[in-house]
Design a protein around this ligand. Structure first.
Ligand code: C5P
Length: 317
């Protein structure tokens, strides 16, 4: 890339949120992570990230706009910045012409912050795709996924999208065949929940109950529901081992889940580590009805509809 091309280069990437259709939490590992079976499903709630050349060569900056932007760090702890820096390191820090890699990132957030929908991981994935294109690196999806796994367990899935089973700490992915689309309602909460704290509470609750922690496996009824495109069966098969911990830390979520069930949802579940709650509907129209009914109860800050599966991070301009 020449200096003049560099001055005008700009890449915008759209990246989806995820909901976990099955989050089976296995034993705590020596590295502080849990072995999981994690059925990820990408939904049409998107953040957008634009990467341009940074003003000063070799520097990384980030600006955040939109949903709860004030709660997202705008410094080098931002996962998008960490991802861009990791990519630059992987590429040897400087372009073949000697120009140090750098980027100014602008994130337009719609995915709830600390909401259990992998918004931070989504932004990291978007940064990898955007900077790979901005710097003309041409890395494969597999290479980006490997770099992403070093940033966060959910980053590889935000790159892949669709529906996939994650094992290990959630980073080893196998795509799952799905028939048709599913329609969702997400109840957004005030404030977030800390993922490490929710996992810690899960361990504590299990220890207190003397629960034996079994090695997790993928749910057959869930896989069948996805294969058959059967929303009623899928609603009945949704399962999240982190839900008791999220409810213990945020008891008001029980009311949110009840409100969604009362509104006719086919399934109700805390999304990942919460506090966003996910409700499955039978159609787009049904989702709008559930969303309106939920919003009317006051059991959540806002309700939004989305569908899944959708593709992972992709360049839109
Ligand atoms: O990988 P990531 O940084 O997104 O994980 C955030 C936290 O969630 C980890 O520090 C850990 O406490 C918890 N976690 C876990 N087991 C996993 C994934 C995440 O305990 N498989």
């Amino acid at each position: 890339m020449t200096a003049s091309q560099r001055a005008t280069a700009r890449v915008t990437v759209r990246v989806p949120a995820k909901v976990n259709l099955q989050l089976a939490v296995g034993p705590l590992r020596d590295d502080g992570y849990h072995d999981l079976v994690n059925v990820f499903h990408a939904v049409s709630l998107f953040d957008e990230l634009t990467a341009t050349e940074s003003g000063a060569a070799g520097t990384f900056t980030v600006r955040v706009e939109g949903e709860s932007a004030a709660h997202v760090p705008a410094d080098s702890t931002n996962l998008a910045v960490r991802a861009a820096e990791a990519l630059a390191k992987h590429a040897g820090q400087t372009a073949p012409d000697g120009h140090p890699y750098g980027a100014a990132l602008l994130i337009r957030k719609a995915i709830p912050v600390a909401g259990g929908m992998a918004g931070g991981s989504a932004d990291a994935a978007a940064a990898l795709v955007a900077c790979d294109a901005l710097w003309g690196l041409g890395l494969s999806l597999g290479e980006l996924m490997e770099i992403g796994a070093g940033i966060g367990s959910d980053v590889p899935f935000a790159l892949l999208g669709g529906t996939a089973v994650g094992t290990g700490r959630g980073e080893r992915l196998t795509p799952v065949p799905v028939t048709g689309s599913f329609h969702w309602v997400f109840a957004l909460a005030d404030g977030g929940l800390s993922t490490p704290q929710v996992y810690g509470e899960c361990d504590r609750l299990r220890a207190t109950a003397g629960e034996e922690v079994v090695w997790p496996s993928a749910s057959e009824p869930l896989m069948a529901a996805l294969r058959d495109g059967d929303a009623r069966e899928l609603g009945a098969a949704l399962v999240n081992d982190l839900q008791p911990a999220a409810l213990a830390l945020r008891p008001s979520l029980a009311r949110t889940l009840d409100a969604g069930r009362d509104a006719g949802a086919l399934g109700a579940i805390v999304s990942g580590s919460g506090p966003t709650c996910a409700f499955l509907a039978g159609s787009a129209e049904h989702a709008r009805e559930v969303s309106a009914a939920l919003a009317g109860t006051g059991a959540c800050r806002a309700a939004v509809t989305a569908e899944g599966p959708v593709p992972g991070a992709e360049i839109v301009s």
